[in-house]
Design a protein around this ligand. Structure first.
Ligand code: F6P
Length: 324
């Protein structure tokens, strides 16, 4: 392998720039040419490639978002789109690529690998932490800290007004951000898709909370939770069944995806980039770099996209104890 391309794809996440930097610098270190693909698979289809050298990635380790831009590309889902992408890679003399993204991006990569026997390597970049084969995805730690900071601020005003807040956090169909942020910010209840305890329990818990003298209550709701009610409907439900509460809603939204990556995400990104390039150069393909027990790992992409990292049940127990 003489020329490697790097791209970011799907929803962006803090730490993607640090991973791009790591891939580019590892290539420079090992004397391998490196090209950046702009705008994810869309840019690949259009041949939007730019040569990179060690200096092209100066001062980006601390930046949120992705300097390469990202896209969720419908065209790459079609055989015609992938054929065009393959032609562009061949024309540019690229013999392998590293894709930094989530499960959608990996699905595309593994299909492409099979169709064209083209070397691909994945780096898990998503705030959701929903990819099997790694304890942490890039951006999860940063998003978690962002969410905790936001909840702390909401707690200030909630407490001043003796209010109950429903706070919706991202995570698609998993509850990692919700559960961890809930424990870190001392939420009274955490509603996650992995465990639907029902609305009765929510009411009971809020009643207990009020009785025990708490001045404010925070309920974290994962966007994929399974109660069947969104945060606004939950507010109405509680107002109707428990009129003792003055209820407000806050949907944190895309602010969770931005901001400077934490030290943890920067270190993780740097480690993952090195492993990704080294793996490609040693002839490995169709794998995703991960971290398990602080060791770098490689998991077949096909396995990585099949499942999710399991929710930490111990943390659910801790949360229950903390809300006594
Ligand atoms: O996968 C990351 C994520 O931020 C999810 O948490 C969320 O459900 C989704 O992307 C939002 O996607 P978009 O930015 O396309 O609205």
């Amino acid at each position: 392998i003489k020329k490697i391309a790097v791209l970011t794809s799907g929803g962006d996440s803090p730490g993607m720039n640090a991973a791009i930097r790591s891939v580019v610098r590892t290539c420079a270190f090992l004397d391998v040419e490196c090209l950046a693909v702009y705008r994810g698979y869309q840019g690949m289809i259009e041949g939007d490639f730019v040569p990179m050298n060690a200096r092209s990635v100066n001062n980006i380790i601390n930046k949120g978002g992705t300097i390469l831009k990202s896209a969720r590309c419908e065209e790459f889902r079609t055989p015609e789109g992938r054929a065009q992408a393959h032609q562009q890679l061949v024309n540019a003399g690229i013999d392998g690529f590293v894709v930094i993204g989530g499960d959608g991006s990996f699905r595309g990569a593994t299909i492409f690998n099979k169709e064209y026997d083209f070397p691909v390597m994945g780096i898990p970049g998503t705030i959701d932490n929903d990819i099997f084969g790694t304890r942490f995805t890039l951006g999860f730690d940063t998003a978690l800290n962002t969410v905790v900071e936001a909840i702390d601020k909401i707690r200030d005003t909630a407490s001043s007004h003796n209010r109950l807040f429903f706070i919706e956090v991202m995570g698609r169909d998993v509850g990692h951000i919700a559960l961890n942020a809930g424990v870190a910010a001392g939420a009274e209840e955490i509603l996650i898709p992995e465990e639907n305890l029902g609305l009765e329990r929510l009411l009971d818990s809020l009643k207990r909370s009020k009785k025990s003298g708490k001045s404010s209550s925070i309920v974290i709701v994962a966007e994929g939770d399974k109660t069947g009610k969104n945060v606004f409907e939950l507010k109405e439900y509680v107002e109707e069944h428990l009129p003792i509460y003055d209820v407000r809603v806050s949907v944190l939204g895309h602010m969770q995806r931005g901001g400077c990556p934490t030290a943890y995400d920067r270190v993780l990104a740097s480690r993952m980039g090195v492993v990704a390039v080294e793996a490609l150069l040693s002839g490995k393909t169709n794998l995703m770099v991960g971290i398990i027990d602080n060791e770098m790992t490689l998991t077949p992409i096909e396995e990585a996209i099949k499942g999710h990292t399991k929710i930490d049940r111990e943390l659910i127990r801790v949360s229950d104890i903390m809300t006594v």
